[in-house]
Design a protein around this ligand. Sequence first.
Ligand code: SF4
Length: 261
Amino acid sequence: MKIKHIIFYSGGIGSWATAKRVVARHGRENVILLFTDTLIEDSDLYRFIDETVEELGCEYVRLEDGRTPWEVFKDVRYLGNSRIAQCSHQLKQKPAHEWIKANYKPDECILYLGIDWTESHRTKAPVKNYAPYKVEFPMCEEPYVNKVEMIKELERLGIESPRLYERGYSHNNCGGFCVRAGQGHFAHLLKDNPELYKYHEEKEQEMIKFLDKDVSILRRQKKGVKYNLTLKQLREEIESDQTEQIDFDDVGGCGCMVDYN
Ligand code: SF4
């Protein structure tokens, strides 16, 4: 039996570049693109996946748990944040892990993540957590390429990069939302897509009522003490031009298949 090479295919440009390298090394017939859908993805993510799957010519597997991150937060009675994000475990890591275990033994496949050379410190956790399955990170290897070069390569193939990058987002997950994101990221979401921001703001308020607790996705630090910062409060500060306390540089980081909690 030939080894299968399974890419955690997120719809982000890094996982696409990873797939290109793995296909070049092992042949498209031995590569599987594994996508786990959170059901709140940007509509353009599906266009990007469709076009790149066709261009890569590999087997494509789409998995869904059936819940959105907000439904997971209700089920686990915990609002996700930068420290603990059950959504990524329940909607991405768990379904992917179960599918792999059901279909391949550890010596029958190699798993691949789109972590690149600028974030190689993040490789340890997935190696440990997917063991005894082997995990590799082709974009941490030479030749080192950056996002601009990846976009150029996409252009050469006649494929438009995911529109969220063009609109200033650092990732293409969960439609531009992420509970691991920071104040700067949410400020950008409010500016770029107020309707979507409103949806998540209302969902956060729903969770506060549901848990009957003072919780929030974001936190703010003042004189070494951390405070909750709701999306409602962040929006009101921005709308009333009281922005001196907002950390616009804090974009946070999404690591759906990478970070464990
Ligand atoms: S992108 Fe963020 S909100 Fe979405 S599943 Fe991953 S960690 Fe959760």
